[in-house]
Design a protein around this ligand. Structure first.
Ligand code: FES
Ligand code: FES
Length: 171
């Protein structure tokens, strides 16, 4: 057993003792009831289980949870799909996913949403040229697998959020 304390969606959890072999995915879903984070391949290949990790320097990245021990998140600040909407108001990216019918079964959606949000936040700090936008989106979402093959709609949804506010995201 190891002590775990972390912040999820702005709320502190722990300290609590958890098994060393407890995965982060099981911790979120089974211990905390945060079932928006999915379990797909279970082999760090599809990223349906990815959550956002917020670094102290203000940067963020996504990380799978299926094969990663919960205790490795000790002291971290993370965001899950449950943390995006505020006071019942969906984010621009969530609305765009819906408007584009980006998801079908929705199993991969939390991972794509987290990755897309990280991209938006990164571009807000480091905008890219319009000519590089498609490549940037493709690179960011690369690695996320959608069994329903909704890739193009996801890309379009992310792109539309960026193009709706070009001064914010583009050079
Ligand atoms: S379930 Fe974690 S990467 Fe597929
Ligand atoms: S919407 Fe079904 S796996 Fe992506």
């Amino acid at each position: 057993m190891t002590t775990l304390a972390l912040t999820i969606n702005g709320r502190a959890y722990g300290p609590m003792d958890v098994r060393d072999d407890l995965t982060m995915n099981d911790f979120l879903r089974e211990f905390l009831g945060l079932t928006g984070t999915k379990f797909g391949c279970g082999a760090a290949q599809c990223l349906s289980c990815a959550v956002i990790v917020d670094n102290p320097d203000g940067t963020s990245f996504t990380k799978p949870t299926c094969v990663v021990a919960a205790v490795s998140f000790h002291g971290k600040k993370i965001r899950t799909v449950e943390g995006h909407a505020k006071d019942g108001e969906l984010t621009a990216l969530q609305k765009s996913f819906i408007e584009h019918f980006a998801f079908q079964c929705g199993y991969c959606t939390a991972g794509f949403l987290n990755e897309g949000q990280v991209l938006l936040e990164r571009l807000a700090k480091n905008p890219v040229a319009r000519a590089d936008l498609e490549k940037t989106i493709a690179q960011e979402l690369d690695g996320h697998l959608c069994r329903c093959t909704g890739y193009i709609k996801y890309h379009e949804a992310v792109r539309d959020v960026i193009l709706a506010d070009p001064k914010h995201y583009l050079i």
